[in-house]
Write a protein that binds this ligand. Structure first.
Ligand code: FVH
Length: 292
C-alpha cells in the first residue's frame, strides 16, 4: 500500500486520449477537474469522481498540474491564450502532439506568462494508458517532472529527456517515423500476397515475426551510422540493395499493385549509388537524408 500524495490535476481536452488520461488518474484516486470544448464527453469521468468545469479558465483553478490534451498546436493556443493569467504560477504539462519547434514555442509563450512548462510525447494509444507498455517522454521543466513524477507514472513509464522543451517531441516523432515506415511496409507486403489471395491477417502473423527478427539489426546499424564508416565490414552494399529494391518493386508491379512504401528508401539508395557510393554499406542511405 503506497501513501503518495498526488496534487490535483486539471485535464483540458476530453478526446479519446484526454478521457483515458483522466480516467487513469481518477482510478488512482487523484483529484481531477476536466474540461472539453464541446460538452458531453465528461459524463463517465464525472461518474468516476471528476469535477466538470464549464470553462477552461475555471478548470485551471482546480489543478496544480494542468494538462492539455488537445488536437494540435493551434488548438492549444486557442484554448490557453485567453486564460494565460489564470495559468500564471501553475505547472503546465502539454501532451498534445506538437512538433519540436511548436513545443519550444509553447515553452517560450509559457515563460513569457510566468507559467512553468513541461512537454510530453505519448508513446501509447488510449487503451494502453495506465497499463504496461505505455510510455511517455518528457522534456522542459525538470522541476515539474520531479514534482509530479509519481502522478506521471500512473499514466505510463515516465522518462525525462532534458530542459530543451522540443526534445520529447523530437524523440516522439522520430519513433513515429520508424513506426509509419514499418506499417507502410506491412501494407505493401499484405497487398503483394493479397494478389495471390492470401488474407492480410495470415500475412500479419508471419510479418510480425519477421519484423521482430529484423529489428535485432538496428543496434548494429546505429553503431555503423555513429562511426560514419560505411566501408568496413559491409554486410550488404548499396548496389546489392538497389538491385533488391528494383526487383521488389518490379514484383509489386507484376502483381498489379504499386510500390509507394518502397519508393522512399529506394530513392535514398539510388542517390547514394549515383553519387558513387555503391560499394558502401546500406546504412549510408542516411547520408542521402542529411544531404537534402
Ligand atoms: N489517440 C492516440 O492514439 C494518440 C496517441 C499519441 C498522442 N496523441 C495525441 O493526443 C492528442 C489528443 O488526441 P485524441 O486522441 O484525444 O484526439 P481526439 O479524440 O480527436 O480529441 C481532440 C480533442 O481536441 C479538442 N479540440 C480540437 N480542436 C480544438 C480547439 N480549437 N479548441 C479546443 N479544443 C479543441 C477536441 O474537442 P471537441 O472537438 O470534443 O470539442 C477534443 O477534446 C493529439 O494531439 C494526438 O495527436 C493521441
Amino acid at each position: 500500500m503506497t501513501n503518495i500524495q498526488h496534487s490535483p490535476v486539471t485535464v483540458l481536452g476530453l478526446g479519446a486520449m484526454g478521457r483515458a488520461l483522466a480516467a487513469a488518474l481518477l482510478k488512482a484516486g487523484v483529484a481531477a477537474t476536466v474540461w472539453n470544448r464541446s460538452p458531453g464527453k465528461e459524463a463517465e469521468l464525472v461518474a468516476a469522481g471528476a469535477v466538470s468545469a464549464r470553462a477552461a479558465g475555471q478548470a485551471v483553478g482546480g489543478g496544480e498540474l494542468v494538462v492539455t490534451v488537445l488536437l494540435d498546436h493551434a488548438s492549444v493556443h486557442e484554448t490557453l491564450d485567453p486564460i494565460a493569467a489564470e495559468l500564471r504560477g501553475k505547472h503546465w504539462l502539454n501532451l498534445t502532439s506538437t512538433s519540436p519547434e511548436q513545443s519550444r514555442e509553447l515553452a517560450a509563450w509559457a515563460s513569457g506568462h510566468g507559467i512553468d512548462f513541461l512537454d510530453g510525447g505519448i508513446m501509447a494509444v488510449p487503451d494502453m494508458i495506465g497499463a504496461e507498455g505505455s510510455s511517455i517522454l518528457y522534456s522542459g521543466s525538470q522541476a515539474i517532472f520531479d514534482a509530479h513524477r509519481p502522478t506521471l507514472e500512473l499514466l505510463g513509464s515516465a522518462e525525462y529527456f532534458g530542459t530543451d522543451a522540443g526534445l520529447a517531441a523530437l524523440w516522439d516523432f522520430a519513433l513515429l517515423s520508424t513506426m509509419y515506415a514499418m506499417f507502410g511496409g506491412f501494407f505493401q507486403g499484405a497487398a503483394m500476397v493479397g494478389s495471390a489471395g492470401v488474407p492480410a491477417s495470415e500475412f500479419a502473423t508471419r510479418a510480425a515475426g519477421w519484423v521482430a527478427a529484423m529489428s535485432q539489426m538496428l543496434p548494429a546499424y546505429g553503431r555503423v551510422i555513429d562511426t560514419g564508416d560505411y566501408t568496413s565490414d559491409v554486410f550488404q552494399d548499396l548496389v546489392f540493395t538497389k538491385t533488391a529494391l528494383d526487383t521488389l518493386r518490379q514484383a509489386a508491379f507484376d502483381a498489379g499493385i504499386t510500390a509507394e512504401p518502397l519508393d522512399g528508401i529506394a530513392a535514398l539508395v539510388d542517390r547514394q549509388v549515383t553519387d558513387g557510393h555503391g560499394a558502401s554499406a546500406f546504412e549510408r542511405s542516411i547520408e542521402a537524408l542529411r544531404g537534402q
